[in-house]
Design a protein around this ligand. Structure first.
Ligand code: NAP
Length: 295
């Protein structure tokens, strides 16, 4: 087995991402010991029973004691308060990272609580499913997916390199970028599509003259895919939109303009405009298939 990258890793939050990281670390022999903390006793017991952690602690401070790597796998809105609580218990030289879908707001909330001598390397694996909780994770979640790291300007280079090694050992491809850039990329590729899904499924549910039964019964491929995305965790997504407000509003503005142009093309019976747009977007799908990012 490969040499472990870390002696002790603590996962705070043991849902989809936390449990998948536990499984991936076990698969790759990445940590000698994995300990976990979550909000509820039920989650702690489930995690221990499944076995993607070696030990669990109700007390967050005890969970992070002596840990070389602490990974925050909780909704983005509480990352700051978690950092504040663990701060006095962190050992010198430890790395704190997170997996939050928003980076600027998480960095602003966490940075003030990272003690001198502890390294903060924010991150975001671009991998997920619509499921949540400790039973939803699996070791392969990050395989051939991208993990975006957004190191701080004055951050420790060695700690960043170690996190690149970590994510690669979990199966991911890694790219580093600024938090500002990340938040726009995530707004376009993930946040806006989720917002559209939440909206379209809500609209279908509200339409007069079409019963809920019909929506379910006749759901064709396109709509069915939207319902899968719209089944994602409400707490996580509420926090994403509250904390990536500026970037989401920026891309939403562009989206509304483009939707307006398509609406006009339909009104005007402008088939060429519609065809050209659909032809252009079809190529993007092919690029994703070529990149093996469709699964
Ligand atoms: P999840 O399955 O709902 O799990 C969230 C975990 O956080 C649970 O174990 C929960 O504990 C714990 N938690 C919540 N509040 C807590 C608190 N105050 N103290 C300690 N633990 C607390 O969520 P997830 O999908 O893994 O998402 C976690 C993070 O990953 C989010 O920041 C999200 O933005 C990011 N992310 C998600 C995806 C995705 O597709 N889901 C993809 C990439 C990144 P209990 O179980 O005890 O309630």
């Amino acid at each position: 087995m490969a040499k472990a990258l870390f002696d002790k890793v603590t996962l705070i939050g043991l849902g989809l991402i936390g449990s998948s990281l536990g499984h991936a670390m076990k698969r790759g022999g990445i940590a000698r010991e994995i300990v976990g903390h979550a909000r509820s006793t039920k989650t702690l017991q489930t995690a221990l029973k499944i076995g993607f952690v070696d030990a669990v602690f109700e007390d967050m401070g005890r969970a992070v004691e002596d840990a070389d790597l602490i990974i925050l796998c909780v909704p983005v809105g509480i990352c700051g308060s978690i950092c504040e609580q663990i701060s006095p218990h962190l050992k010198q030289g430890a790395i704190v990272t997170d997996v939050g879908s928003v980076k600027g707001a998480v960095i602003a909330a966490c940075s003030p609580h990272i003690p001198a001598g502890v390294h903060f390397v924010p991150g975001h694996p671009m991998a997920g499913t619509e499921y949540s909780g400790p039973e939803s994770g699996f070791a392969e979640l990050f395989d051939n997916r991208w993990c975006l790291l957004t190191p701080l300007r004055d951050g420790d280079q060695q700690a960043t390199t170690k996190m690149i090694d970590f994510w690669q050992a979990c199966g991911a491809n890694v790219e580093t970028m600024s938090a500002e850039h990340h938040d726009v990329v995530a707004a376009v590729t993930s946040h806006l599509p989720h917002l559209i899904a939440f909206n379209i499924v809500g609209t279908a549910d509200d339409l007069e003259g079409i019963t809920k039964r019909e929506v379910i019964k006749f759901a064709a491929g396109g709509f069915r895919d939207f319902t899968r995305i719209a089944a994602s965790d409400p707490t996580m997504w509420r926090d994403v939109f509250l904390h990536n407000k500026d970037a989401v509003l920026e891309v939403l503005g562009r989206f509304n303009d483009d939707l307006g142009a398509l609406t006009k093309a339909i009104k005007d019976g402008d088939g060429d405009k519609l065809f050209d747009q659909f032809e252009r977007t079809r190529h993007i799908r092919q690029n994703i298939l070529d990149d093996e990012q469709d699964k």
